[in-house]
Design a protein around this ligand. Structure first.
Ligand code: AMP
Ligand code: GLY
Length: 449
């Protein structure tokens, strides 16, 4: 089968590598470094035999053609903006199989107000909230909440439209900047104000064929730019999977209280949702609560969930797209860690055009794949930075501490002027894993948490 992956970031590169185990893959627009990376081009990506994604996968190409003009049977749409814009509808009207909801279902992510209202209607546990076009009313709700305060743009803001703060004054100023259009243009002219929830976060992506649902492995991403969860929210600075504290029981519970009721509510509105439902969850003392729903694979969550996926990804996504989901996704017991390497200035004003070195050396580490998240080739054929998130290193290994260590070894081999990355991706979980192993061996020693 020929599969077209729409998008040009690390998530789409991961999808292409995972699909290429069983399909011919064309990316649009992709980026030049992704083409043929399965063949192990020295600077372009992972030598496949030892990569995190495995499989033969010789056939990945990129094209500048718009998706509607790509000759493929199955389309997997990465970025939410295309879905909100109705790309899935246009492809379906041309009788193509598509993984991704139409514009009706994509409103779940395109409007946080719509999403919150649907969750309330479906009785899905979530933070208390209000939706405002008016600053005075927004301030009133803020004053009535205990804090921390959460202010979100209603519209799309590439993961950067959310402020969480302990300061009422900062929350009010942020609401004003959003509502005035200064901060996020039209996306912010309506805001959602929420009570702040606390707990560990978890991303659960679920396949949905319109009625049947099947969960993928849970993952955790790191949204803030700085170590120790400091600085502004980004698109995501790293991720890992599995999560030792999110087992099958908890996943089953989330499916029951958060996913199935939502799919019911979508169906009652006549929405035939075929694609990925991504639940961003807070594991609170009162149980899991939904922070947000996204309508596509997570980035960088896909980069750590897909390497663990066993079986034929192309086949199961074709089932999703054709409304005949029968297979149960299965995942290896291995662990995957992704560290995002970003340009200095990300997320506000990332520098571009700097030459990236060391990709081949990084990809030579067993179990490591190097994904192109925001790169281009210059006129001399060198890989250069072309976005905020530039390269993702992904490592798959028998345990989380090993995967983490390989990912950071790979990160250390890559450099460009001003490169930044977080040093604490999966650190706590890996320390817990090492401590648990030490305890199992009957020693009292473990690393400090
Ligand atoms: P969202 O795009 O809605 O997932 O928000 C981005 C990030 O902001 C989440 O991953 C959380 O870290 C944080 N966040 C969002 N909503 C809340 C909330 N109600 N309470 C605490 N943190 C939140
Ligand atoms: N990692 C967050 C997202 O994909 O929205």
């Amino acid at each position: 089968m020929k599969v077209c992956v729409v998008g040009g970031g690390g998530r789409e590169h991961a999808l292409a590598l995972a699909l290429a185990r069983t399909a011919e893959v064309v990316l649009t627009p992709g980026s030049p470094g992704m083409a043929g990376s399965c063949r192990g081009d020295r600077e372009a990506g992972a030598p496949l035999a030892g990569s995190a994604f495995g499989g033969p996968g010789e056939r990945i190409s990129v094209t500048g053609a718009p998706p509607e003009e790509v000759d493929a049977e199955l389309f997997v749409i990465g970025p939410e903006a295309h879905l909100v814009d109705g790309l899935a509808d246009r492809l379906r009207s041309d009788r193509r199989l598509v993984v991704g909801p139409g514009a009706d279902g994509a409103r779940l992510e395109g409007s946080k107000a719509f999403m919150k209202e649907l969750l309330a209607e479906a009785g899905v546990p979530s933070a208390r909230f209000g939706v405002f076009d008016d600053l005075g009313e927004a301030r009133e709700l803020l004053r009535s909440l205990p804090g921390p305060y959460v202010v979100k743009t209603d519209g799309l803001a590439a993961g950067k439209g959310v402020l969480v703060t302990e300061s009422l004054a900062e929350a009010a100023a942020d609401a004003e900047a959003k509502l005035s259009g200064r901060a996020f243009g039209d996306a912010g002219r309506r805001v959602v104000i929420e009570e702040g929830l606390s707990g560990e976060e978890c991303s659960l992506m679920v396949l949905c064929d319109g009625s049947r649902v099947a969960p993928l492995a849970p993952a955790r991403d790191f949204k803030r730019v700085g170590d120790g969860d400091t600085g502004p929210n980004t698109g995501g600075m790293g991720a890992y999977s599995p999560l030792s504290e999110v087992g099958d029981d908890l996943v089953g519970h989330v499916m029951e209280v958060a996913v199935e009721p939502l799919v019911g509510a979508l169906r009652r509105r006549g929405i035939d949702y075929r694609g990925v439902l991504y639940a961003g969850l807070m594991l609170t003392d009162e149980g899991p609560k939904v922070l947000e729903y996204n309508v596509r694979f997570g980035d960088p969550e896909a980069q750590v969930v897909l390497p663990r996926f066993e079986d034929d990804l192309t086949g199961i996504l074709a089932e999703v797209a054709s409304g005949r989901l029968r297979s149960e996704p299965r995942f290896s017991k291995k662990a995957a860690v992704c560290v995002v390497l970003a340009s200095g200035g990300y997320p506000t004003s990332p520098a571009t055009g700097d030459v990236v070195e060391g990709l081949g050396d990084a990809a030579a580490i067993p179990g490591v794949s190097v994904l192109h998240a925001g790169t281009d080739l210059d006129s001399a054929g060198r890989v250069v930075t072309a976005g905020g998130r530039v390269v993702d290193v992904v490592a798959l290994a028998p345990s989380l501490p090993e995967a983490r260590s390989s990912a950071y070894e790979a990160a250390a081999r890559i450099h460009w002027k001003g490169m930044i990355f977080r040093r604490d991706i999966a650190a706590e979980a890996a320390a817990r894993g090492t401590a648990a192993e030490a305890a199992a061996r009957g020693t009292a020693e473990g690393p400090e948490r």
